[in-house]
Design a protein around this ligand. Structure first.
Ligand code: SD4
Length: 290
């Protein structure tokens, strides 16, 4: 019996896969383990693009997006533009388990969370407040220029059942227009899982990832027989060829096939993926598309 977790970015990836693997040791449940990995970094203010201390929108509020998909049942649970509740991935899990819906949004997602026992709290940390004040004083550049890479997307795979889960949590693009929703809570864009084909997850510029449905594309390429790595390269290749401006920023798709091989591809240099296979944790830098 083998288990694999793959997660995103240099700083947040390692604690995420570690927490997921530790949880899996006691629960044996991929959905719970992926949720635990993301919740762990959401609650830690050192990670600026997820949960507590995430960089806020242009009005100084954290609006969080999260989603997860169970590759066995194809059930999805997601929330978008929700304020004041963490771990927001756990709210997404409640949507998956307690409602017949895929996604709840904004104020009503928060009311749903409160009904399920989540406490409403201020999500600004000292650092995120300071960063916001600095940004407000300078107001330079477009939102994309301020993309902070810490969005955490995770895929879990277990050999025995060939089961896959994909999940994602983020505070989205820093200084975004209030109400903006990125790829991260959208099944097919920020994450996708189907035990019959594979699972994929994305991070980077949400507008580009969503336009090109990177996660769904990568899963469909695996369904047609490609390896995880080839599927990701093909999905990113379509994006950068069709829309060369997507090379200006680092957008990434990574994937795990139903056989447990994994791969990733990026529009630009800079991405680091972390893996934990049966307790062995490693990182790999992924070069941008040539
Ligand atoms: C978004 N895809 O909201 C997210 C941002 C991200 O690392 O991935 N940052 O567009």
């Amino acid at each position: 019996m083998s288990v694999l977790f793959v997660s995103t970015w240099k700083d947040a990836g390692e604690p995420t896969v570690r927490a997921a693997y530790e949880n899996y040791q006691s629960t044996g449940c991929l959905l719970t383990a992926c949720e635990a990995g993301l919740a762990h970094v959401e609650l830690d203010p050192r990670y600026q693009a997820i949960g507590f201390g995430g960089l806020p929108n242009s009005e100084g509020d954290q609006e969080l997006d999260a989603g997860m998909m169970d590759g066995r049942t194809l059930e999805v649970g997601a929330v978008c533009a929700v304020r004041g509740v963490i771990p927001v991935i756990s709210v997404a899990r409640k949507v998956l388990e307690e409602t017949p819906h895929n996604m709840l949004a904004g104020e009503n997602a928060r009311r749903f969370a409160e009904r399920h026992g989540f406490e409403v709290r201020n999500l600004n940390s000292e650092h995120s407040l300071r960063a916001y004040e600095e940004w407000r004083a300078n107001r330079r550049g477009a939102e994309v220029a301020h993309l902070v890479h810490d969005t955490v997307t995770i895929i879990g795979w277990e050999s025995e059942t060939r089961h896959l889960v994909a999940a994602c949590s983020t505070s989205g693009m820093a200084w975004k227009v209030p109400g903006r929703v990125g790829d991260s809570p959208i099944a097919g864009a920020g994450y996708y899982a189907d035990d019959d084909a594979g699972a994929a997850g994305a991070t980077g510029v949400g507008e580009d990832i969503w336009r090109f449905m990177l996660s769904f594309r990568a899963v469909e390429f695996m369904r047609s027989g490609m390896s995880a790595e080839a599927a990701c390269e093909r999905a990113v290749g379509i994006m950068v060829d069709r829309s060369p401006a997507t090379r200006d920023h680092c957008s990434v798709v990574f994937a795990v096939s139903r056989d447990g091989d994994w791969g990733a591809a990026a529009s630009k240099d800079g991405f680091v993926a972390w893996t934990c296979r049966d307790g062995v944790i490693e990182s790999r830098a992924i070069p941008g598309a040539r």
